[in-house]
Design a protein around this ligand. Sequence first.
Ligand SMILES: Nc1ncnc2c1ncn2[C@@H]1O[C@H](COP(=O)(O)OP(=O)(O)O)[C@@H](O)[C@H]1O
Ligand SMILES: [Mg+2]
Length: 238
Amino acid sequence: MAILEIRNVSKFFGGLAANSDVSFEVNEGMIMGLIGPNGAGKTTLFNCITGYYPPSKGEVVFDGKRMNGLQPDKVCKLGMARTWQKVRPLAKMTLLDNVMVGALCRTNSLKVAREMAMEQIGVVRLEHKAGFLAGGLPIGERKKLEVARVLATRPKLLLLDEVMGGLNPAESEDIIKLILDIKAQGKITQMVIEHDMKAIMRISDRIVVLNSGEKLAEGEPQEIVNNPEVVAAYLGTE
Ligand SMILES: Nc1ncnc2c1ncn2[C@@H]1O[C@H](COP(=O)(O)OP(=O)(O)O)[C@@H](O)[C@H]1O
Ligand SMILES: [Mg+2]
């Protein structure tokens, strides 16, 4: 069953079509990879999906509901959570407090939020850093903080925007394992934007390729790597 339907979504910035008539569905429980060269419109599509801004045309239906420029707290309550390509922790708060902010989407109790936050900090294996200020954490741990914070909102759909960007191979491997663990638990659907082709091939059930705002291809990882148009537009430039 589709948890997310993207129907003919276009997003214009002045004369520029950052997304142009993009359609696809994401089925419950799967990992959908989203790839494409820089400027292809991947982050813009995440912004349209999460209601950060409404699409100029088309619609996004999540869990049977139309998302249309909804406020972020509403989006979170509906069960959608995303990370940002540029990590934005609350630098002067501790790791624990940052993750509690996510949990407070589901509860008004600080005690419950703290428990929920600690659970997710355990999932990303940063218990030993819970009391550290977020601003002082190295990039790999700040990325994990972001993942813990979105997990603490108890999402149905998780959207990860280049969550491995800037990480070393060992840190990337940790994130890959985390994404696969989340899938194995079977409760959360994931959409993943990632530049590392090996990583995206390993984790994705299906992949959508964007190029200049348009959907260039969609299919299983093996179909995508063997698609001559994709190779020419994207893989060939690696
Ligand atoms: N808020 C915005 N205002 C104007 N142009 C934007 C805005 N956001 C993105 N763009 C443009 O839209 C295009 C797609 O950007 P983006 O979605 O960030 O691509 P990607 O994430 O695939 O690298 C780029 O040309 C970018 O400059
Ligand atoms: Mg981007």
